[in-house]
Design a protein around this ligand. Structure first.
Ligand code: A2P
Length: 280
């Protein structure tokens, strides 16, 4: 309690403006409070902040989309989100349980039409509740399904997926570039390695010798090199930290550039193995 409030305030002071949130992180009230306090202080204006909210799996039926976003706005105490995205392409049974399971411990899925969910997001944009709309964890086929939807009003502006030097997403990145969809890379530092949701058989990214050697040259850490790599190839990064020093460190990536050779060396680290397997 309170740690998210502090972290977001420190981040805003350090210069961060893009805040990646979600209802299922259960801290939107603290994020909203941090933003509102910084606005009240005169440090920022609402329009300086880019807040991304997410539609959870239990809320895919179209009639649930707007009320769900309105709930997020109420928790945040904000009038709009800058970006609202479908968090995952699979739907769970609607209801109070966010991870509904049957008596055998299996997830209870729900049949919905992603295109209908998307139309409900389009309506949220038209209503001014979300400035932009996008998706997350979508593969090419799922993106195409939305983009080829008859009567499409707005295409997804972004697709948030796992992306870092050990999982560089070359094909999806190329596809998204061609279609003007921004890739937002989650787990850009290789995650917290929490075994309850992370595939820890993939080695720790920040111990990588190449990232550390390149870091030495620029007097930067492996974390800064990993973030700079993605930013330099047009991938948005959303590093997570609760530690004030590391929050600031992760922002100090705009005072140097990697050479083309270094970019290629880092690209070659790709193992094509996910930390976040999302087995559901
Ligand atoms: P902490 O919150 O204690 O800083 P990702 O962004 O890939 O999900 O990674 C998040 C994990 O990386 C968290 O465990 C976070 O821990 C840690 N972390 C964040 N920034 C750095 C950094 N600059 N160096 C090392 N570890 C970091």
């Amino acid at each position: 309690k309170g740690s998210c409030l502090e972290a977001v305030k420190i981040a805003i002071d350090a210069g961060y403006r893009h805040i990646d949130g979600a209802f299922v992180y259960f801290n939107e009230h603290e994020v909203g409070q941090a933003i509102r306090e910084k606005i009240a202080e005169g440090k920022i204006k609402r329009e300086d902040i880019f807040y991304c909210g997410k539609l959870w799996n239990t809320c895919h039926p179209p009639e649930l989309v707007r009320p769900t976003l309105e709930k997020t706005l109420k928790i945040l105490q904000l009038d709009y989100v800058d970006l609202y995205i479908i968090e995952l392409p699979m739907a769970f049974k609607p209801g109070d349980a966010l991870y509904p399971k049957d008596e055998n411990g299996k997830f209870i899925y729900h049949e919905t039409d992603l295109c209908a969910t998307w139309e409900a997001l389009e309506a949220c944009k038209d209503a001014g509740l979300a400035k932009s709309i996008g998706v997350s964890n979508f593969n090419r086929r799922q993106l195409e399904m939305i983009m080829n939807k008859p009567g499409l009003k707005y295409k997804p502006v972004s697709n948030q997926v796992e992306c870092h030097p050990y999982f560089t997403q070359p094909k999806l990145l190329e596809f998204c570039r061609q279609h003007d969809i921004v890739i937002v890379g989650y787990s850009p530092l290789g995650t917290s390695r929490d075994e309850s949701w992370v595939n820890v058989s993939s080695p720790p990214l920040l111990k990588d010798p190449v990232l550390n050697a390149i870091g030495k040259k620029y007097n930067k850490t492996a974390a800064q090199i990993a973030l700079r790599f993605n930013v330099q190839r047009g991938v948005v990064v959303i590093p997570k930290s609760f530690n004030p020093q590391r929050i600031r460190e992760n922002f100090q990536i705009f005072d140097f550039s990697l050479t083309e050779k270094e970019m290629k060396e880092i690209e070659a680290l790709n193992k094509n193995v996910r930390y976040v397997e999302l087995l559901m």
